[in-house]
Design a protein around this ligand. Sequence first.
Ligand code: ADP
Ligand code: ADP
Length: 220
Amino acid sequence: MINIKNLNKYYSNTKVLNNISIDIKKGEIFAIVGHSGAGKSTLLRCINGLEDYADGILLVNNKEIKNLKKDELREFRKNIGMIFQHFSLIQRKTVFENISLPMQLWGYKKEEISKKVNDLLALVGLEEKKDAYPSQLSGGQKQRVAIARALTLDPEILLCDEATSALDPNTTTSILNLLKEINEKLNITIVIVTHEMEVVKQIAQKALLLEHGNIIGFDD
Ligand code: ADP
Ligand code: ADP
């Protein structure tokens, strides 16, 4: 599903990803672990087409991302959901409105949006919070909203960038359990970037260790 071969990435003349090769299969939960600055977020941004790379091959569903034209890239990115450490919710919009946003941007009909958002609210267990604002939610609840929003366009891949780093250990476990449930129920491939070994232990089927842009270990 995601095939990376000999990928290199530079910021000006600093190499931040060095000769990275990874194969991630459909339905896997795959972790990329390493200290801050290792290149984890950069790698995720390459996978979802937000970041260009110097050379190497990066295929998602057998398509080379850097060859995609602008409108193809937009279509491609529908297939990839993403969640972040600080949730990236819009503060002046309700839970329901936050989750609706991607479907609104893609011009879905009101009834389709409403059905999908209600289904996702049930999946993440936040039905009774649909009219609340982000400031009225706990960290774990905010991440549940972000997860629901990431799933609205039925992506095959979910990228998680330090998605539990702002949460306490119990909340982390509950979010990881939700991600496992989503992986099993919806057969979504999940790629998790984290600096926390505990997260890897709890959820990952495969993990690789990244340091200064190099893969220094692999565990499967
Ligand atoms: P991680 O996610 O593992 O913390 P990052 O991918 O954010 O690592 O960063 C990898 C390296 O690239 C770091 O040295 C960081 O400072 C640098 N970096 C990240 N983004 C940029 C950017 N937009 N421009 C220049 N350097 C960057
Ligand atoms: P994280 O550690 O959560 O991965 P960072 O705080 O390293 O994220 O980076 C936050 C943002 O700043 C990112 O968009 C990244 O691309 C950018 N960035 C990080 N390091 C640099 C840098 N050295 N020069 C320019 N931009 C950077």
